[in-house]
Design a protein around this ligand. Structure first.
Ligand SMILES: Cc1cc2nc3c(=O)[nH]c(=O)nc-3n(C[C@H](O)[C@H](O)[C@H](O)COP(=O)(O)OP(=O)(O)OC[C@H]3O[C@@H](n4cnc5c(N)ncnc54)[C@H](O)[C@@H]3O)c2cc1C
Length: 477
């Protein structure tokens, strides 16, 4: 039974399991009446994510701890219903959507920062903690948790782990998986396991922690997280560099990397992103620029000015039009506000968005920029690019009206061509948003048959009854 109210239906329909009234009563007994619902108006609130696709769940649940989650999963196996973990629903690939129905398990009550251990530079947290809240809490202690997806004000740490979120600071500091030391996880079969360590390192046995991180809520429900922390950098400088065209900006990024300079962020915005953010926020951005780079360095006070000078030199060598350095904290916040506003601001260009987050080797960014320009000219579609250029991670967006079949066809062909070229350049079709449902049809372009079969076997081993988050990652046969 197809459940998507808009967009394409991805589930097979054959494996659908229903939630009976008596099973719902058992769920009420486990989590309490106040923490589960089947009311239509409640279900609708948990039926979507940032893909704007809508799949109505059979029920929603708000468990309080791993014990309740374990009981729910035991019940799911005996009474046969699907369970779909959900953080804040900001995912870009449909990971938290109940594409085949089932019970959406919202992690918002597991929201405690359990301990910030300053002596050992680690923290223990629950998965429902909002990432930005965690940043603030550790920074108060002069500590630093680098992974910072642009959605950090509203996404959860659990969702970050499940997607292995990146963000602007990944250029210097890496992504979520680089900070996760250990986990508590409820398996799809209901058992509770602990993986990894609470020490600076540890290599005993297979690395189950790394397997769970990035598994998009298909192998287990994360209920407790141990992360490592760094000392908070003492100084920070933020600079914007304005270019007449995208190619010069892209070549600047490649040159920065080639010279071995390591800023903590190299973000870029094309002209279409600059214009829509300006219209949205009205903050005097250079709307005639072809592209803008947002460069940030951190470290010791004496280091950061030197690094900024080096970056300026590279920018000048590639024909930068203008550079300016943020004078104070307010200026820095304003620049990041502009960068983080791109995603929502894009909807000025059209009611629907196709959003990809390809990564190419950083030396090949100029090639990819040329390809995107060519696709834009060939199709006449509204395409907007921005993203984490320092990682070669380009957020490529097509803004359109999906009801217009001609536009939709052209857009799908453009995505196809984009993915093909990404793979040809030695890149990957997703740097941080995951596969979910939107990229499942393309996974076999990047992952070989043997490797894909191995992944499916791992899923089967963890989840023999296919209870947890069905219809994700793997394409339908
Ligand atoms: C404006 C905007 C900007 C963004 N910028 C970035 C960015 O810079 N970098 C980036 O990487 N992403 C970005 N994203 C994508 C998104 O915010 C991330 O993927 C984020 O990690 C999702 O977190 P969430 O709490 O919203 O998870 P959800 O969307 O609720 O879920 C995502 C996946 O995690 C699973 N999941 C959630 N909690 C658990 C748990 N406890 N155990 C097991 N599985 C779980 C779900 O089943 C699902 O598969 C952005 C999104 C938006 C809307």
């Amino acid at each position: 039974m197809p459940r998507c109210l808009c967009g394409k239906y991805f589930g097979s329909g054959y494996r659908l399991m229903t939630l009976t009234g008596s099973t719902f009563k058992k769920l009420q007994n486990i989590v309490g009446n106040a923490y589960c619902s089947r009311k239509k108006e409640d279900l609708l609130c948990y039926a979507y994510d940032a893909t704007a696709r809508i799949y109505i769940p059979d029920a929603i649940l708000f468990p309080k701890d791993s014990k309740e989650i374990s009981e729910v999963l035991h019940l799911a196996n005996s009474d046969r219903f699907y369970v779909i973990p959900r953080g804040a629903g900001t995912g870009m690939t449909g990971g938290s959507l109940p594409v085949e129905g089932g019970v959406v398990m919202v992690m918002s009550r597991l929201n405690r920062i359990l301990e910030i251990d300053k002596d050992n530079l680690i923290a223990h947290v629950e998965p429902g903690v909002i990432t930005g809240r965690f940043h603030k809490a550790v920074e108060k202690e002069n500590l630093f948790y680098p992974p910072d997806p642009s959605s950090s004000d509203f996404c959860t740490l659990g969702g970050n782990l499940a997607e292995c979120a990146g963000g602007p600071r990944a250029v210097k500091y890496g992504v979520t998986r680089d900070y996760v030391l250990g986990l508590e996880v409820v398996l799809p079969t209901g058992e509770i396991i602990r993986t990894g360590v609470a020490t600076a390192k540890g290599v005993v046995g297979y690395d189950l922690t790394r397997l769970i991180v990035g598994s998009e809520g298909t192998l287990g429900i994360i209920t407790r997280i141990t992360v490592k922390l760094l000392p908070l950098p003492k100084a920070l400088r933020t600079m914007i560099a304005v270019f007449d065209d995208m190619t010069s900006a892209a070549e600047t990024v490649s040159e920065i990397i080639r010279r071995g300079i390591v800023p903590r962020t190299i973000e870029f915005m094309d002209n279409a992103s600059i214009r829509c953010v300006e219209r949205y926020l009205n903050m005097h951005l250079p709307v005639d620029a072809g592209a803008l780079l947002l460069l940030e360095v951190d470290g010791k006070e004496e280091e950061v000015d030197m690094l900024i000078e080096e970056l300026k030199t590279v920018c000048v060598s590639r024909g930068v039009n203008d550079t300016s350095i943020a004078r104070n904290k307010e200026d820095i916040e304003k620049l990041w506000k502009a960068r983080k506003a791109i995603s929502p601001a894009l909807f000025q260009y059209g009611p629907d968005k196709i959003n990809e987050d390809i990564v190419v080797p950083r030396s090949r960014i100029p090639d990819m920029v040329r390809k995107i320009t060519a696709l834009k000219e060939e199709t006449g579609l509204t395409m907007v690019s921005f993203g984490h250029a320092g990682d070669g991670n380009i957020h490529f967006n097509i803004m359109l009206d999906k009801k217009n079949q001609e536009e939709l066809k052209k857009a799908e062909a453009a995505v196809d061509a984009l993915f093909e070229y990404t793979i040809e350049l030695g890149g990957t079709i997703s740097g941080e948003h995951g596969v979910g449902i939107t990229k499942a049809p393309y996974i076999a372009r990047e992952i070989g048959t043997l490797e894909l079969e191995l992944m499916k076997k791992i899923k089967k081993l963890f989840d023999p009854n296919e209870i947890l988050n069905p219809g994700k990652i793997f394409p339908e046969n």
